[in-house]
Design a protein around this ligand. Structure first.
Ligand SMILES: *Cc1c(COP(=O)(O)O)cnc(C)c1O
Length: 341
């Protein structure tokens, strides 16, 4: 069985399990879990920021970050395909009283002019434009990296209009490994960033919010408000510490496997994959090019022992991760070749 549905399927390594079993623990609501405190310090240092906060999920990380930056009645400008707008049960609106202002983009990247024209005039009938949210890598666009020059351009517009920038960096380490841009450089251009330990980094649970001391103080309050204040979190953060040491550089293997997958599919059907150049660990496959609707393709390849997810616009998503080997990719290609009609 080859499971390409998501990198969230990764399970902890033996080294993580050992670290979890022997972790030194305390009550994190009292700020007394030494393992979690160590993780937060190490992450803050790695990201070149003042402070970091462990949260149960990326979705909670995004929510507490955006609530810390924006107030009810405010608007967050984001890509129309943003995770925060499409996959978080409208929590921004439902829980935060904050409205998303979706803007079209190109492979996950927003045009500075489109950002500027989405900013509301200062007049009391309008929502207040407060935050610009960027996603890196961009999930729905197929794991595309937000180019550093485009982030700089977005920063310039944000400064001009007094917007804060939140980066949904669920897969920021994939972006960093693919682009060679240090995570600290991404962090230096934004006011807050979230990333996940539970995806390619293979931890069972957990995400981080990073930024200034003042921002993290707010996020900490909102985390508690949303029920995310947890006790002996060292059991979880011990795995995250292992991930920092062992799981980042190897993401390059996942990216190579994704390129191998895309290259092989292109040989079967030249225009069947997106994005044109696979950048990180995702490949989107246009199933019509292989003779199937998305749901038919998911079923047909599933019968061959390969799992993938039906996605948007006639595509299925295939994600590489530590539990998918190069042999698994070759097996997958063999099976796609066999069922293509
Ligand atoms: C996975 C993901 C999140 C957070 O997901 P959780 O399942 O809540 O941890 C946020 N943004 C993006 C882009 C993601 O891919």
């Amino acid at each position: 069985m080859v499971d390409l549905r998501s990198d969230t399927l990764t399970t902890p390594t033996p080294q993580m399990r050992e670290a979890m079993a022997s972790a030194v623990l305390g009550d994190d609501v009292f700020g007394e879990d030494p393992t979690t405190n160590l993780l937060q310090e190490r992450v803050a240092e790695l990201c070149g920021v003042e402070a970091a906060l462990f949260v149960p999920s990326g979705s909670m990380g995004n929510l507490v970050s955006l609530r810390s930056m924006a107030s009810p009645g405010d608007e967050v400008i984001c890509h129309a395909d943003a995770h925060i707008f499409n996959y978080e049960v409208a929590s921004l609106a439902a829980v935060g009283g904050i409205q998303a202002r979706p803007v079209p983009g190109h492979w996950g990247v927003l045009d500075p002019e489109n950002i500027a024209s989405a900013v509301r005039p200062a007049f009391d009938t309008f929502p207040r434009s407060t935050v610009l949210a960027l996603e890196n890598t961009h999930n729905l666009a197929g794991g595309t990296v937000y180019p550093i020059d485009d982030i700089r351009a977005a920063r310039k517009v944000a400064d001009e209009y007094g917007l804060k920038i939140h980066m949904d960096g669920a897969r920021i380490f994939n972006a960093s490994v693919a682009s060679g841009v240090p995570v600290a450089e991404y962090c230096s251009l934004v006011d807050g960033l979230t990333f996940c330990f539970s995806k390619g980094l293979s931890c069972p649970v957990g995400s981080m919010v990073v930024g200034s001391k003042e921002f993290i103080k707010q996020a900490h309050r909102y985390r508690k408000m949303h029920g995310g204040g947890m006790r002996q979190t060292g059991v979880l953060t011990a795995a995250c510490l292992v991930a920092l040491d062992t799981m980042i550089d190897r993401l390059a293997d996942d990216h190579a496997n994704a390129r191998r997958l895309a290259g092989g599919i292109k040989k079967i059907s030249e225009h069947a994959t997106m994005p044109v150049n696979v950048q990180t660990n995702m490949v989107l496959v246009k199933t019509e090019q292989l003779g199937y609707s998305t749901s038919e393709f998911v079923d047909a390849i599933g019968l061959e022992g390969v799992k993938c997810l039906a996605y948007q616009r006639g595509t299925v998503r295939m994600v590489t991760h530590k539990d998918v080997s190069t042999e698994d990719i070759d097996y997958t290609l063999d099976r796609i070749n066999a069922i293509t009609r």
